[in-house]
Design a protein around this ligand. Structure first.
Ligand code: HMH
Length: 220
């Protein structure tokens, strides 16, 4: 079993909840209330700004060129790739990026990014990469399951753009390289170190679930 396979196995039950989540199901069948999606988009826009900083701290801590390049490329891929989806939806929903940036981060969102930033400031390369992994991989898994169950979901006039962004080949390739990186960095880890990686990955997986709950309830 690779390190990533172990992390995924340890969090199986949490990941199963993503697929059942009413917010995810609403994107899948196109019935999600647009007000909830608008709330989510603004919160996720704020989330991604902090998430980019986690990669940037990773760049500053890099001990090898592959890690440095991978993380530096990600800062660009998020700011000018993934966030294009957000800017496009925000334009459709009549929100400017400035308005989004002036919105307060909801507590679940703030807790999640504060945790990742703490890992980034305090820990090593593999641990930073593990804190990012559940975010990156869960969105691909969610979008792929949506398309498997609702083959037209990526063509939905409103939610299709979100779905197609996360089932795209470019998103998959980014994720694959992250998996290879984590597996390499932790290849020589002992059980205690692996258990600690799993603790980080599990916390982030729980935060992902909390983020969907927060969006569904439009928490302040
Ligand atoms: C909360 C959250 N998790 C993961 C992703 C995927 O990058 C995202 N955009 N937002």
């Amino acid at each position: 079993m690779t390190v990533t396979e172990r992390l995924l196995k340890d969090t199986e039950s949490i990941w199963a909840e993503y697929h059942q989540h009413p917010f995810v199901q609403g994107i899948a069948d196109g019935t999600l209330d647009k007000e909830k999606f608008k709330y989510y988009m603004i919160q996720d826009y704020l989330y991604l700004l902090d998430y980019t900083k986690v990669f940037a701290i990773g760049v500053a801590k890099a001990k090898d060129m592959e890690f440095m390049k991978r993380f530096a490329n990600s800062t660009h891929a998020i700011l000018d790739g993934e966030m294009d989806i957000h800017r496009s939806y925000m334009a459709r929903l009549g929100i400017t990026p400035e308005e989004a940036e002036h919105t307060k981060q909801a507590l679940d969102n703030l807790s999640y990014t504060s945790y990742m930033l703490r890992v980034a400031y305090e820990e090593g390369q593999a641990e930073v990469a593990a804190s990012i992994l559940s975010c990156a991989l869960s969105y691909e898994a969610i979008a792929r399951q949506i398309v498997a169950e609702h083959p037209e979901a990526d063509k939905h006039p409103f939610y299709g753009e979100w779905v197609s962004g996360y089932v795209s080949d470019s998103y998959h390739e980014e994720n694959e390289s992250l998996v290879v990186l984590v597996d390499r960095l932790a290849a020589d880890y002992n059980e205690a170190q692996l258990a600690h990686l799993s603790e980080i990955f599990t916390a982030c997986s729980r935060y992902e679930k909390a983020f969907w709950d927060m969006a569904w309830e439009m928490r302040k």
